[in-house]
Ligand binder design. Structure first.
Ligand SMILES: Cc1cc2nc3c(=O)[nH]c(=O)nc-3n(C[C@H](O)[C@H](O)[C@H](O)COP(=O)(O)OP(=O)(O)OC[C@H]3O[C@@H](n4cnc5c(N)ncnc54)[C@H](O)[C@@H]3O)c2cc1C
Length: 642
């Protein structure tokens, strides 16, 4: 066999294939396996090293442990407000209702959350959440979540082993990247990928597939995301015929590290602000009081005295503006820096040292203490941190049915960050960990049900050979180095599709991206197939490209500012745009963008809000309207890209 032998393919089969071993993938795997299905979980990185493990602050669930006034209705309201009412209301409803059960269930799997004085799961404050709501383990919550789900999977494998069928029903394959999905007659039937360590190909036949591949953050240079987040699941879904929703909404977390340059973008958890940290500019001013938008004035304190009282008496005071939703805080920091009140390294100060004791900081924020000491030689118990916005999360993603997590392609499901709709135009902190538990479980359940009703699919030699040839193409190309092309794409996105956007710049981005296309098609890989990061990136680039184009197109189309999409040339929210989702599909190799109506909330859910609040987001006739079916709505229109 030559190094580039396209015939050396490992053949596998299962009922439910799960692509991604973060929280969403692992929770789906538990559910599908408990439903009696054979399951394979594939992970691009080492098992246990998914993004979820990096989550710091916690998982939002209205358990009411710290403030008994909390309940799912309040959580639902906060989530819709955070998303500026563009959320898929049904997803937000299911999420708020089911998150507490998913957290308690984790305890039955062995999770150990921090406790309140009376022994309940402790819950902390976070931006946009009315009550303390984030179940946490210090600032290492994601680690506990992944550890627990892995432990659950191992215990299920041990059951199988005892029955003499180890790995028959649950197999985990890490360091393997899926590059293609196979479809037949509009339904998925398997996937193709390569083992990173050897470069050997793998073809897996499966009637049901769950995409749980996380986000797209690596399309930007300054990001909290790690190397794996290249939009693979988004692009795989599109190539299989599914649609992406609202890709313009990208969350720039307000607080990433800004110094030294080698660590720029690494996250500084919102828990620092939840636990009392405040933002100051270079003049020492606590500036967030100047940036409270009209729609949030009723809930946020407009003076430091009231804001500080809130930490001990939240029932009688309004919240500090440092805890506004992330999009608001990120924009405020951006403005301060732009107006010359930033720090030496282009950020602002985040100060908890002058407000909390060193012991408190070390106990509540051990990872942050360690991170700043090790990476920046800053002792956060004695000095302020320098922070600035960093690309963190994509609200856009695969369009799914809210109850079943099914995409428009039969047998293809999606959960976690790769799916769209749940968070509307902006995600609240803590709502991702709960989202991936709620919808990971649902995706696993419905994928298992789909597999039960399907025939075992067969993969053909021809389609496997075509996928192999495709994957090997960079070795035969004579173009550019993949790292140079990634830099070029990151530069376009950072400069022209970043936190503040303008129509002219977005057009420029699309032109520059289009010019990059042929260079990406001709990207070159050198060397052999074993552990070859250049080859791996060469294959990832086409995914990053298609996601970048979908984002820039949707950002140009939506000429309003909402959540994680700020148009300097179209400031403010437009109630007409609140009724519209932008849906991207692939057609003739290009991205196609369509407008679809946002499903309207049921009267029961609308009734959870004051009319005065709804009037800030909606047109008057909407308050009393009932659900619209997008597929039959005549106002659906489309635009084509180049
Ligand atoms: C530093 C940091 C802190 C955060 N803190 C919080 C927090 O406190 N609370 C909160 O709610 N959210 C937080 N988030 C966001 C949250 O962690 C993520 O949104 C969430 O973990 C995503 O989970 P997931 O299961 O969807 O995907 P991930 O955990 O991102 O896992 C994706 C999986 O897919 C695999 N994969 C990707 N592409 C392929 C491919 N082509 N083939 C095979 N496998 C593939 C990856 O290897 C990985 O296993 C934080 C994010 C970061 C970066």
């Amino acid at each position: 066999m030559s190094d580039n032998d396209i015939n050396d393919v490992e053949h596998l089969a299962c009922d439910v294939l799960i692509i991604g071993a973060g929280g969403a993938g692992l929770r789906a795997a538990v559910e599908a396996r408990l439903a009696g299905k054979s399951v394979i979980v594939i992970s691009k990185s080492l098992f246990g090293k998914a993004h979820t493990v990096m989550a710091e602050g916690g998982a939002a669930a209205a358990m009411g442990n710290v403030n008994a006034n909390d309940n799912w209705q309040v959580h639902f309201r906060d989530t819709m407000r955070g998303g500026k009412f563009l959320n898929n209301y049904r997803m937000a409803e299911l999420h708020a209702q089911e998150a507490p059960d998913r957290i308690w269930e984790l305890e039955t799997y062995g999770a150990l959350f921090d406790r309140t004085a009376d022994g309940k799961i402790s819950q902390r404050n976070f931006g946009g959440h009315e009550y303390p709501r984030l179940a946490h383990v210090g600032d290492r919550t994601g680690l506990e979540l992944i550890r627990t789900l892995q432990q659950k999977l191992v215990s299920l494998q041990q059951d199988d082993e005892a029955a003499g069928e180890a790995e028959e029903r649950l197999r985990i394959i890490d360091e393997t990247t899926i590059t293609e999905l196979f479809t037949d007659g509009g339904a998925v039937k398997g996937a193709f990928g390569y083992r990173r360590g050897t470069g050997r190909f793998t073809a897996i036949a499966a009637p049901a597939i769950v995409l749980a591949t996380g986000g797209i953050g690596r399309s930007f240079k300054v990001t909290s995301n790690s190397w794996e987040y290249t939009g693979d699941g988004h692009a795989l879904a599109m190539r299989a015929g599914a649609s992406l929703i609202n890709m313009e909404f990208i969350q720039f977390h307000p607080t990433g590290m800004v110094w030294p340059p080698s660590v720029r973008g690494i996250l500084v958890t919102e828990s620092v602000r939840g636990d009392g940290g405040v933002l100051k500019n270079s003049e020492g001013k606590r500036f967030m009081f100047d940036y409270i938008p009209e729609v949030f004035k009723a809930q946020y304190a407009d003076n430091p005295e009231e804001a500080d009282r809130w930490y001990t008496d939240p029932d009688n005071n309004r919240r500090p503006p440092e805890l506004l939703p992330r999009d608001e805080v990120a924009r405020a920091i951006n403005s301060e820096v732009k107006e010359g009140r930033g720090t030496e390294h282009g950020g602002v100060y985040l100060d908890i040292a002058s407000r909390r004791s060193a012991d408190y900081i070390r106990e509540r924020l051990p990872s942050m203490h360690h991170q700043f000491k090790e990476l920046a030689d800053v002792d956060i118990t004695a000095e302020p941190m320098e922070v600035g916005p960093t690309c963190h999360y994509i609200m856009g993603g695969i369009e799914v049915d809210p109850d079943t997590a099914a995409s428009s392609v039969a047998g293809l499901f999606a959960a976690g960050e790769v799916s769209g709709g749940m968070h509307g135009s902006n995600r609240l902190g803590g709502n991702s960990l709960s989202d991936l538990l709620v919808f990971g479980k649902r995706a696993g359940e419905y994928a298992a049900a789909h597999a039960s009703a399907a025939e075992p699919p067969k993969l053909t030699d021809e389609e496997i050979a075509a996928a192999s040839e495709d994957a090997l193409r960079p070795f035969g190309n004579d173009g550019e180095n993949p790292f140079a092309l990634q830099d070029a794409m990151q530069a376009i996105n950072g400069r022209l599709v970043g936190i503040i956007r303008r129509a002219g710049e977005l057009e420029e981005a699309l032109t520059e991206l289009a010019a990059l296309k042929s260079r990406i098609d001709n990207v070159t890989a050198a060397g052999g197939r074993a552990y070859n990061p250049g080859w791996h990136l060469a294959l990832d680039l086409r995914n990053m490209y298609v996601c970048s184009v979908a984002t820039a197109m949707a950002a140009l189309e939506r000429d309003e500012s909402r959540g994680g999409h700020t148009r300097e040339d179209a400031p403010g929210m437009n109630p007409e745009w609140r009724k519209t989702n932008l849906v991207a599909t692939l057609a003739d190799g290009g991205v196609r963008l369509a407008r679809q109506p946002v499903p309207t909330m049921t009267p029961e859910l609308l009734g959870l809000f004051e009319t005065t609040e709804l009037s800030k987001y909606m047109t008057p006739e909407e308050y009393g309207s009932s659900t619209t079916d997008p597929s039959t709505d005549p106002s659906t229109t489309t635009v084509e890209d180049a």
